[in-house]
Design a protein around this ligand. Sequence first.
Ligand code: F6R
Length: 251
Amino acid sequence: MEVIQVDNYSAMSEKAARMIEEQICKNDRSILGLATGSTPLGLYEKLIEGHKTCGVSYKNVQSINLDEYLGLDKNHPGSYHTFMYENLFKEIDISMEHVYIPNSKPLSAGEECQRYDQVIERIGPIDLQILGIGSNGHIGFNEPGSDPNSTTHVVELAASTRKDNAHFFDSIEEVPTHAVTMGIKSILKSARILVLASGKRKAEAVKRLLNKDLSESFPASHLWNHEDVTLIVDTDAYKLVSQKGSEDLAR
Ligand code: F6R
């Protein structure tokens, strides 16, 4: 795992945006794995800026999102469909036919998971997967205890995750209890993985990740089983990591 330390959220977002743009420059038909939440918001702003000022084009890019809440209308302000459209897709030239997000109101959640796996199989492998990290170590919505061999599946969200995400809703009661998420196995099939972590809220999770807390109770630790992971971490998120420990382990 390569660890890149940066000063703050803005520097993290900038660095991540340049990596994505380099990927697209290398291959304009890249498949991006995208995440939602507070972490990638700055990254998406920088990508929009790069598109508008430098002409970076997403015309041939395809994207596969990690997850979506179950039970919300697609157009609900808290849905990940809305999040992606409002914070990225509507501002760049990506074709909406090239973007994939799990259906939030499928007739059958089980069939939706199978359909999404087929999408990943057909479109993938993902060239560059962006990940945030939950304060409890989740990646996608693979909560502590998740099966490392899982593909797309339905999850019950941890109470801490619903609390962490309540700021996107009017109240915590509105945060859905379940979601569809790509599984750990599907995430690890990506050619490259870029993990972003910013702020004190992530310091404990970053410490556990870099101290190689390898266990199913810490899903992000499965990232150590992938050979091309880069973590971009800012000073606040890095502050619980002992310098020596991280230098030794992050190799
Ligand atoms: C989002 C996702 C989650 C978030 C994580 C961190 O699609 O899959 O794993 O990356 O919950 O969320 P934020 O960035 O809001 O702290």
